[in-house]
Design a protein around this ligand. Structure first.
Ligand SMILES: Cc1cc2nc3c(=O)[nH]c(=O)nc-3n(C[C@H](O)[C@H](O)[C@H](O)COP(=O)(O)OP(=O)(O)OC[C@H]3O[C@@H](n4cnc5c(N)ncnc54)[C@H](O)[C@@H]3O)c2cc1C
Length: 304
């Protein structure tokens, strides 16, 4: 089958990879300018050169044997490396968190910069001016319902029952090392995680930190101005780690409206009668491994 996949994050690409093994022809559409999804990396030019920040997921872990094998393959190829600062079982993409996504995408027909606002069905599925035998939706839960509602009310209701937490993220680059021996702090004030991004394996460029707010604070301050969020975060960094704000050479702020989903235990959803499926972390757990497993589970359901 020629299968159109909306979303080329970890779930969509893992599904595409497994669908190929079943002999299908996947085509992926992603609204992003490049590979990443919630494993994105942001790059900024500074007076000290380019700096990069993993501003979504900070690291991944692997427990399921199939994903352990996948991570081992990436490690052998130099696409991921261990990051002990987050624990003995933590891995990061190298040189950036989006590397596994970039590498997986190379094997597939991915249309970046292409947002899908509706899918139509008149015997065959249609997205834009292309026809497909089946469609897979691999986007965060909140964005699933609108796409599938006209075709599968039950799937839309399932997606609506998963609620994602938001996450404000502040990135800052410095002209000298921040004076702390630790590369990762957790739960300092409202900041759930503060990470010295430049200390992750394979990174080059200036000292870079990524700060992510806790869930409750992000929800309570969802509509705040980015400038105000930045000030609050940097004040926290000054108070707890002793950062001198004079040393900052670049900052950026990102609001993840749908960061981590309250998980359902469905694995994946496949409506064989009409050829419509869904996969994503929200169907298992809010983790990269779960997104990968969900994509594979959906491909198994679709079968050969
Ligand atoms: C701030 C933050 C911190 C996190 N920390 C961790 C962590 O430390 N460890 C961990 O394991 N996980 C972490 N996660 C969760 C992890 O990133 C996700 O579980 C995983 O990346 C989800 O993959 P996915 O493919 O399901 O979704 P996504 O990565 O969101 O992929 C969906 C893709 O669909 C695209 N898309 C959406 N709508 C459309 C549309 N209408 N048309 C076309 N394309 C569309 C998007 O551009 C995106 O590329 C974190 C997430 C966030 C945001």
């Amino acid at each position: 089958m020629r299968i159109g996949i909306v979303g080329a994050g970890m779930a969509g690409l893992s599904c595409a990879q497994a669908l190929r093994l079943h002999g299908h022809e996947p085509v992926l559409f992603d609204k992003g300018r490049g590979p990443g999804g919630r494993m994105s990396t942001r790059r900024l030019d500074t007076v000290l050169g380019q700096v990069s920040f993993d501003h979504g997921a900070q690291y991944l872990t692997a427990r399921d044997p199939a994903f352990v094998a996948q991570v081992a393959n990436w490690a052998d190829a130099g696409h991921v490396a261990r990051w002990p600062a987050a624990g003995a079982d933590a891995w990061v993409g190298t040189p950036a968190m989006n590397t596994p996504i970039r590498v997986m995408a190379q094997d597939h027909d991915v249309r970046w910069n292409t947002r899908i606002d509706a899918i139509a069905r008149d015997g065959t599925w249609r997205m834009g001016d292309e026809a497909f035998d089946a469609v897979v939706i691999a986007v965060p839960a909140e964005q699933v319902a609108a796409l599938v509602e006209p075709h599968d009310r039950a799937l839309a209701d399932t997606a609506r029952s998963a609620v994602s937490s938001p996450c404000w993220t502040v990135m800052a680059a410095f002209d000298r090392p921040v004076p702390t021996d630790r590369d990762r702090w957790t739960n300092i004030g409202i900041v759930a995680s503060a990470v010295r991004n430049s200390a992750k394996p394979g990174r080059t460029g200036p000292e870079a930190w990524v700060l992510q707010a806790d869930e409750d604070w992000s929800r309570d301050h969802l509509e705040d101005q980015p400038e105000a969020v930045e000030q609050t975060f940097l004040a926290t960094l000054t108070k707890h780690i002793g950062v001198d704000l004079e040393n900052i050479v670049a900052t950026s702020v990102h609001r993840w409206r749908y960061a981590k989903a309250s998980p359902l235990d469905h694995g994946a959803v496949w409506n064989a009668a009409i050829g419509l499926g869904a996969c994503g972390d929200w169907l298992i757990a809010p983790r990269i491994e779960a997104a990968w497993l969900s994509g594979r589970k959906l491909a198994q359901r679709i079968g050969g």
